[in-house]
Design a protein around this ligand. Structure first.
Ligand SMILES: Cc1ncc(COP(=O)(O)OP(=O)(O)O)c(N)n1
Ligand SMILES: Cc1ncsc1CCOP(=O)(O)O
Ligand SMILES: [Mg+2]
Length: 524
C-alpha cells in the first residue's frame, strides 16, 4: 500500500510556513487556507457527523470540505434510520474535492461498508494528503450500530496501516482487537500498544466510557512513550458528538501545522471547554443532547462580540498598585484616565493587592473597559480573571503555563505571555497564546531583577514568531519611537507602566505617548 504521506512527510519548515500563511496576506494577495476534508455520515440532528466536523473546523479557523458516506435520521433520542450512499457516489465526491482543493488533512468518521473504505483508500493513493485521522466510528452514543463487524478486517488490514492517528473509544478499541477486555487505564495502555502494531503512527484510546472514574482519561501512544491525558469528567447530558469533535479538532490543528501531541492536547481541551460551556443548554428531549461548538449559546451576553486584533497592542497600559498609592489614585481612576488618553488595551498588574478588594476593583474596570471597547487583561491571577470575566490574562515564564491557562479560560479569552528568547516565542505559539510581551527592552525600576534584552533581543523574539509582539520595559515618550522603528511587522506596540502611572497626570502622559506612537507609525 502506498503511503498516504501524512505528517511523516512534512518538511520542518512547512509548519511555520503554514502557520504564517493562515494570517499573512502575501504581496500578490494570495492566502493559503488550512483545509480539512471530512469523510463521514450526516447527522440530521447536527450534533455529530459531518455537521459537527464542519462546525469544529470553522471554530478552529480551518476550512472543511465534506464527503458524505451515509445519511442518518437522528436526534437527541437516538438513530432512527440509516441510508448508505453508493460507493461510486462516495468516490465521485472524493474525486471532486481531492482533485481540486489542496486538502491538508483527511479525517474519517462513519465508514459504513468495506466498499466505501476501498474507494477512500483508492482516492487517497491517487491524491495523497499530509495526514489521515481515523475515528473508527462503529456504534452511536445511543447504541446504534453504524459500521458492522464486516468492516473490521479492512480497518485492521488496510486503513489502520495508513492512518497517522486513530482515535477509538474503549468499545471500538476492543472490537478492533477482537473483543479484548478494556476496563482500566492499564488495559487501555496495552490496547494502545496492540493497536499501534497494526500500523497507525499514533494511537489515542479514549477512556470517557471507562467505569468508576472521576476523571476522563485518554491514553496516547506514539510507539515509544505513553501519555495519559486527564480531564475532569463534566456532568452533562450534552455529550452527543464528542468523538467526532475531538477527531475533527485534531485534524484542524494538524492542518494548521501542529505536531501530533499538541494537536491532541488542544483538541481534548477544546472538547472539555465546549462541554463545560454548554452543559446546561437544552436541545432536543432525549438522553443525549448536542453541545455548542461555538461556545455562544449558553450566555450570549457574555460571549465576546469583538475579537482581539494585533493592533489592540498599540498602546498597552499596565497598572501598578505602588504607583497608584504613591499618587493617591484608585485603579479605576488610573484605568479611566489611561483609556481617555488613548490606551488601546489595559492590564491590571496589582502585585500587592488583597484578593477581595482587587476583585471588586477588577469588576469595575471590566465595566469601564467594556463600555469603551478596550480589552482588559489581568496579570498572573487566573482566578481573578475568571471571577471578574476579564477579557484575558498576561502570564510570564514562571507563572501558570499558557496551555493550562488556555484550558482554564477557554478558546475565546486573550492570553499574552512574556518571552525573552526565540525558544519561548516558538512555545508561545504552540501553546495557544494570542500575543507575546517581550522585554525588558531597556532597564526598568518597575520590575526587580529583570534581565534587559535590548532592542536586539526584541528583534530576535519578533523574528521567531508570527504572533503579534508588544515591547515592554523602560519605554516612554523619549524612546518609544526608537523601539517601533525596528520595523518588524509583528511588533505592534509598546506596553508601559511608569511612563503613565508614575506620573502626576495619567491622562496627559497617555495622550503624549499616543501622539508620538501615531506619528512614528505614520512615518514608517
Ligand atoms: C505586556 C506584558 N509583557 C510582559 C509582562 C511581564 O510579565 P511577567 O514576566 O509575568 O512578569 P510580571 O508582570 O508578572 O512581573 C507583562 N506584565 N505585560
Ligand atoms: C512588567 C515588566 N516586564 C518586563 S519589564 C516590566 C516593567 C515595565 O515597567 P516600566 O514601563 O515602568 O519600565
Ligand atoms: Mg507574571
Amino acid at each position: 500500500m502506498q503511503s498516504l504521506g501524512g505528517i511523516r512527510s512534512w518538511p520542518a519548515t512547512w509548519r511555520t510556513t503554514t502557520a504564517s500563511m493562515m494570517t499573512t496576506t502575501t504581496t500578490e494577495s494570495v492566502r493559503k487556507v488550512a483545509q480539512v476534508l471530512t469523510v463521514a455520515g450526516s447527522d440530521s440532528g447536527a450534533g455529530a457527523g459531518i455537521q459537527a466536523d464542519i462546525k469544529v473546523c470553522a471554530a478552529r479557523g480551518v476550512y472543511c470540505a465534506s464527503v458524505i458516506t451515509a445519511v442518518t435520521a437522528q436526534n437527541s433520542r437516538g438513530v432512527q434510520s440509516v441510508h448508505l450512499l453508493p460507493p461510486d457516489f462516495v468516490s465521485e465526491q472524493l474525486k471532486s474535492v481531492l482533485s481540486d482543493f489542496e486538502v491538508d488533512v483527511v479525517k474519517t468518521g462513519m465508514l459504513p461498508s468495506p466498499e466505501i473504505v476501498e474507494v477512500l483508500l483508492q482516492n487517497l493513493s491517487e491524491y495523497p494528503v499530509r495526514a489521515l485521522v481515523v475515528d473508527p466510528v462503529m456504534v452511536s452514543t445511543s447504541g446504534h450500530v453504524l459500521a458492522g463487524s464486516s468492516i473490521l478486517s479492512i480497518f485492521r488490514e488496510r486503513l489502520l496501516p495508513v492512518a497517522d492517528i486513530i482515535t477509538p473509544n474503549v468499545k471500538e478499541a476492543s472490537a478492533l482487537l477482537g473483543g479484548v477486555r478494556i476496563q482500566t487505564v492499564a488495559e487501555m495502555r496495552s490496547a494502545a500498544k496492540s493497536l499501534h502494531q497494526m500500523g497507525p503512527r499514533f494511537v489515542l484510546v479514549k477512556g470517557g466510557d471507562l467505569p468508576d472514574s472521576s476523571d476522563s482519561v485518554d491514553v496516547y501512544f506514539d510507539g515509544n512513550e505513553f501519555h495519559e491525558l486527564h480531564s475532569p469528567r463534566i456532568a452533562t447530558r450534552n455529550t452527543h458528538g464528542t468523538g467526532c469533535t475531538l477527531a475533527s479538532c485534531i485534524a484542524a490543528e494538524l492542518a494548521k501545522g501542529s505536531p501530533m501531541l499538541s494537536a491532541v492536547k488542544v483538541a481534548k481541551r477544546f472538547v472539555d471547554t465546549a462541554l463545560n460551556y454548554s452543559k446546561e443548554i437544552v436541545i432536543g428531549s432525549g438522553m443525549q443532547g448536542p453541545f455548542d461548538h461555538f461556545l455562544s449559546l449558553k450566555d450570549p451576553q457574555s460571549y465576546r462580540q469583538s475579537t482581539f486584533k494585533p493592533d489592540d497592542l498599540f498602546l498597552y497600559a499596565v497598572t501598578d498598585s505602588r504607583m497608584n498609592r504613591k499618587w493617591n489614585r484608585s485603579i479605576v481612576d488610573a484605568v479611566k484616565a489611561a483609556i481617555e488618553g488613548g490606551a488601546t488595551i489595559i492590564q491590571l498588574r496589582e502585585k500587592e493587592a488583597e484578593t477581595r478588594e482587587f476583585l471588586e476593583e477588577a469588576k469595575s474596570c471590566v465595566d469601564i473597559c467594556r463600555s469603551n471597547g478596550v480589552f482588559l487583561l489581568i496579570n498572573d491571577r487566573i482566578d481573578i480573571a475568571l471571577a471578574c470575566d476579564a477579557d484575558g490574562v498576561h502570564v510570564g515564564q514562571s507563572d501558570m503555563p499558557v496551555d493550562l491557562v488556555r484550558s482554564l479560560l477557554g478558546p475565546d479569552k486573550i492570553i499574552g505571555v512574556s518571552c525573552k528568547t526565540q525558544e519561548q516565542a516558538h512555545q508561545a505559539w504552540k501553546d495557544g497564546a494570542d500575543y507575546i510581551g517581550s522585554g525588558g527592552v531597556f532597564p526598568t525600576n518597575t520590575k526587580a531583577n529583570n534581565r534587559t534584552i535590548g532592542i536586539d533581543g526584541l528583534r530576535e523574539v519578533c523574528k521567531a514568531s508570527k504572533l503579534p509582539v508588544v515591547a515592554i520595559g523602560g519605554i516612554g515618550i523619549s524612546n518609544a519611537e526608537s523601539v517601533m522603528r525596528i520595523g518588524e511587522p509583528n511588533l505592534k506596540g509598546v506596553a508601559v507602566v511608569s511612563a503613565l502611572f508614575d506620573q502626576e497626570c495619567v491622562l496627559s502622559e497617555a495622550k503624549k505617548l499616543h501622539k508620538s506612537l501615531t506619528e512614528s507609525k505614520r512615518e514608517h
